[in-house]
Write a protein of this length. Sequence first.
Length: 85
Amino acid sequence: MSSLHLELKNMIIDVLDLEDIAPADIIDAEALFGDGLGLDSIDALELGLALQKRYGIKLNADSEDTRKHFASVNALVDLVSSQRI
């Protein structure tokens, strides 16, 4: 697991107050929403704000690309890597 994977997993846990989940419990390629980690639209909003604040990433909530970026930890890593300031 790369340091960015771990960093993003810790951010997800901290931002969403997932007390019973450790970074190792989050599978990099597993879906973050629905059947995977089970996050919802409010969680997506909170994560989006955290990504914007921490990494300076601009997101469009209505964009299909944004939905793809939030598909998994791997997708978030790709997004952050491509847009890091």
